[in-house]
Design a protein. Sequence first.
Lengths: 661, 159
Amino acid sequence: MTRQRRTPQSTGAERARAAPGGFRAAPAVAMLVTSTALGVAAFVSLEPSVPERDVTERPIQVEGDGYVSSTACQACHPAEYESWYGSYHRTMTQVATPETVRADFDGVQVANAHGRPMALERDGEEFWAEFDDPGWEGPPADRPRIRRQVVMITGSHHQNIYWYATGHDRGLNVLPGVYLLEEQQWAERSAVVLHPPGQSLAMLDGHWNAICIVCHTTQGKTAFDTPYRSEPFDQQTVDTTVAEFGIACESCHGPAQAHVEANRSPLRRYGLHVSGDGDPSIVLPTRLDPQRSSQVCGQCHSVWEFYDQQGERVANAAGLPYRPGDELRDTRFIAQPSVDRTSPEMVAFLENDPDFVRGSFWPDGMIRVSGREYNGLIDSPCFRDATDPDRTLSCFSCHTMHKDPRDGRTVATWADTHQVSTDMDGNEACLQCHEPIRADVSAHTRHGVGSSGSSCYNCHMPYTSYGLLKTIRSHTISSPTATETAELGRPNACNLCHLDKTLGWTADRLQDWYATPVPALGDDDRTVAASLLWLLKGDAGLRALAAQSMGWAPAQATSGTSWMVPHLGEALDDPYEAVRFIAAASLRTLPASATLQFDFAGPRQSRIDAAVGLLRAWRASSSARARRDPELLVDENGELRLDAMRRLREGRDQRPLFLRE
Amino acid sequence: MTSKTKATVDYTRRHLRFGWWSLLGFLSLGFVLELLHGFKAGLYLDVSNETRRLMWTLAHAHGALLGLIHILYALCLRQVAGMDARNQSPVSWALIGASILLPGGFFAGGVQFYDGDPGLGIVLVPVGAACLVIGVFLVARAVGSAAPGTGRAGTSPRR
């Protein structure tokens, strides 16, 4: 009678004790089923993404040829990955997504678009544009509209250049408008390059696939079935692929598959760690000699061409043959007009493009456009004439591709300051080799300690290169002379800061201080400030440099600013949009015109009105006209010497100029 | 019988004491790591120190969990009948070795390291892991072979 009978009312614990083993596992099974169901639900609710291989309307990323992409590098090199990830190298080319597109596409009309306004539209994750067909060859009035999806972006620092899917294979073409990031403004494609006004730009169908890909991606393969431009684009087959969009790890370190596989072995890794030996399975550019290490940068930062069409066809199918550590000139021709104007390759260059030298170089062969700094380096005596590898200038003497962990700057700041190495943004960059000058820098510079005139950069790397609607420092290390200005037309460093002084003044100072020969100078060189001669008489490139220097703080502090307003105001009506853009930017740095409202691509009358308004305000201000130096084209009454200005403008170098930045 | 009981009590006390002190030590390490987070210490949080952060986090987690294992082991000695205290010496030393080598190796591996690879101190970790596996295996075997029922080892009532 004491034996209990199991009843339907028995407790759960009793049931559990009584049940066989499988039943006791029920709670665990329930939890397993629940967690599995939750996992499946989470997976199913993910946004479906199209595998890259299935994308058909644009170039795609594929692994191969030993390239494994930056994701393979991240795990072992987190710090290097982080600083590369924050650099503009990574974002040089991006697929258009809501995260990467910086312009507003939500129902926006863009007036400046080489024709009727361009209509932008966002459809979920997609970006679309409707605009006049750039390929139309019939009567302008019949030019049809086309609507295309924006799929790729070039640039993320100063500009977003948007590429649309042409609908023909993986071929891309460029939108007629470019988005300026800092100004948050659209501009016509022709307006963002220094390009002759009224001269139509080349049609760019397939341009990204054939040209941009070379330097803006990692291991790009153009994959045209016939040479680019050898027949109509829409009759060519285009199957463009890249290892990775943007300039990624393997652009500078070479394909990494062998490195990744070799270093799966911890014994190998720790052997290298402990011994301190370099890893032969990967290229570390900083361990190369200065020539080879700089060529890693020079593979993109140079003016180059294939030696022949066979070379182009090989690269078209298999990607560029150059690998970091190789001799760059083995597989491509580096244009260096400072020492070579007669080689067959250079002659071919010039036959194909007679304005080639003028569009990229100063008359003596010094590079004058941005993005080609390797050309500047190889013409620099610190590189060209150096015999000691430890004292040879290279790109890595001043720049670093990965921020030093001890560098207190943020990655963003480091990237925004041209990836200059720690402490290399000042005189240390030069003094690391030119040690004797360190003891008394002023004795060398003849300028005050710590002043802008005692900056090595300002005298030996002045702002004489142009690109991306601004000037950049020359990367040819040189010393200022009056000759370079008088005979070559290139601004000298002295007058880029002493904007209110004549070239004659500079020539005399340089002769007194450094026994620099004085060239033959004209009357204007002795009587008119050099900056005004550049602004009034120079070609468009020179005018851009002069306008920009008037917005440069050290030059403003040295030369004063009140006299600049009417001259920069006149530049607001320059025929070249790029010059107008820069002049307006410089005017906005001046107190008298800080709030200038000006559309550099607007109608001419609005530009004239803006210039006249500035001139009137300047004339109405006695303090603004305080400087009455004849060199500044202001007479003793504080009036502009309009006759002299007119005469100088009539002598302007009017030759069309397209700077191939 | 007396010596057997005494030895069992010693192991129990040894591992209770080791476990709690170990727990205190490694929870304190966790507190220090939280402070490093709180004050955004670059030596711990910078991406260039990611390996250190991982290693020290692993040291904290392994040390604290191993402290719990010591306590659990001590409770097993006390509660599971039939665990022969005379055979616990290898288990005890294996668990203590694991508690020193595993978190110690991780910690040392984070003090000095090579980019994505921990420093040479990491070689202690697999040795510690082996100690832990051996110790846990021996405990599992001892528990499995112990007589059913509960009570202090060697003293629990048998049916």
